[in-house]
Design a protein. Sequence first.
Length: 451
Amino acid sequence: MQEPLAPSMPSVHADGARLTGAPLALARGAWIALTLVSVGLQVAAMPLAYRQLSTPQTGPRCADAYLSAAQLGVLHAAGVSSGFYASWIIAVQCYSTLVFVGVAALLFWRRSDNRMALLAATALVLMGTSLNDQHWLGAACALRPTWPAAALLFQWLGALPLVVVLFFVFPSGKWVPRWSPWIILCYIPITAPRALLPTVVNAFEASHPWIGVLQGGLGFATLLVAQVYRYWRVSTPTERLQTKWVVLGSGLGLGGAAAFIAGGAAFGLFTATTSPVATLYAGTSISLCLTLIPISIGIALLRSHLFDVDALINRVLVYGSLTGVLGLLYLGGVIALQGLVRVFTGQTSPVIIVLTTLAIAALVQPLRRALQNAIDRRFYRRKYDAARTLSAFSATLRDEVDLGRLREDLLTVVEETMQPRSLSLWLARAHPAPAYEPPTSKPPTSSRANG
């Protein structure tokens, strides 16, 4: 069951988190300057990036989207021109940046006097420009031959650990756990070399891919532990609601990107001969799915009470699990039955696909109900118990005629489902009806006027 919401406003409205006077003017000016610099550098790099993306690159690549002559040949063999390839990458990057910076601008417009909202707006600007750009458009790579100082500035903006700070202090603006500020110091030896020597770092990670995976895994685990600890030990009901929104958006974004990449791998997209096409597909999927993260942060800080997030999470869990289970059953059924038919007949049969499809269609509703009950019992136990209690009381209400027993059942149902601090039932005393008196019949009287 969803936690009871406090009657007060969300934590981002707390007076202790507000900026006033000179600090407010300074913070607003810094955000505007940072946004103009970040977006301006990325826009200035796009024509240069288009030229470099559509021509073969020599030497180490500083971004995944830059292709060698052999890779461009594979791209042309697949029917994709270099101009379309470069235009597509720039268009996807523009859309992603627009979503991130748009949500940041909305937070700045509505809550620029709040420290938490201002930090989120700044982090989203960096996520939408320099951070989201490093392995895709490569604006710093495009700027370096023409404006090396601008490229260095763009790299340093991406090295700022404001995104990590955001997830350590969200949603109250306080560091939880208390030792979490020290974790930021661990990011300096990781981000500084990437900002100063991106080509060397990328080449080193290409030859040692486990290092990047280890760094990303440890960083994500640290943020996850901090948020779980905050949720269960520190957060108020309203802050928990905000956390659920961000978890929902992040889960859908990361899960959607993983699903697209897994689907591409299942269809044989990620092979040595299709690496440029795979890069285009994977980069587009990841960039579009990750735009759900800023949207969820904006809803959490501005409109966390607008929708019932528990209902959305419940639907995502149910239908996400249903899709995964049905997909596995379909693939497993087709592979197993086709193998069995091949053993006896020596060939495959299209009838197997039809029968498997019909069987999966028949399993949709029973499996959905089973998953719904399992998820309600596991994650929404109180809501599940309340629904069962109300269902049982409805059956009792139809059959029970004893008013005293019905009163006790009603009190029990209210106590189990709503769990109030105190409970009492008032029944109006019925007034006795007046005694029945049959109407008296009188002979009709008539008067006649004598004239």
